[in-house]
Design a protein around this ligand. Structure first.
Ligand code: AMP
Length: 112
């Protein structure tokens, strides 16, 4: 989608990746909520987790990739959080499916 910021990033038209393959891209969050804050996104425009439907297996591949990035960033042992926000109450602000990888400090529960 031309007006989607994460489509632009995932297509290499804006910013830079820390990971890319045929299906997924990962890049640093512009407003990090911790020492490590990476977003893993599909290159295909999917508005959010409610719309994955027949592509649901992509969530597993996004999570597996986030776990690999966590290991590469040295936060596997201390731990990390994977988050997918959905809709207004879930705090989703960008309407392109993305998974947050957060780490490098303790995160409280429940979230605010
Ligand atoms: P969410 O609130 O779950 O939709 O998360 C969207 C995330 O995208 C937020 O953490 C933003 O800081 C981040 N973000 C928005 N625009 C950009 C951008 N151009 N590059 C990197 N991260 C972005």
């Amino acid at each position: 989608m031309d007006d989607c910021i994460f489509c632009k990033i995932a297509q290499g038209r804006l910013g830079s990746f820390i990971f890319e393959d045929d299906e997924l891209a990962a890049f640093k969050d512009i407003n990090p909520a911790g020492p490590v804050h990476v977003l893993v996104v599909p290159k295909k425009h999917i508005p959010g987790i409610r719309e994955v439907k027949e592509d649901a297996s992509i969530i597993g591949r996004m999570a597996a990739r986030a776990v690999e990035i966590a290991a590469e960033m040295g936060i596997s042992d201390t731990g990390f959080r994977l988050v997918v926000n959905s809709g207004p109450d879930g705090g989703q602000s960008v309407q392109h499916l993305h998974m947050h990888l957060l780490g490098g400090r303790p995160f409280g529960w429940p979230p605010g």
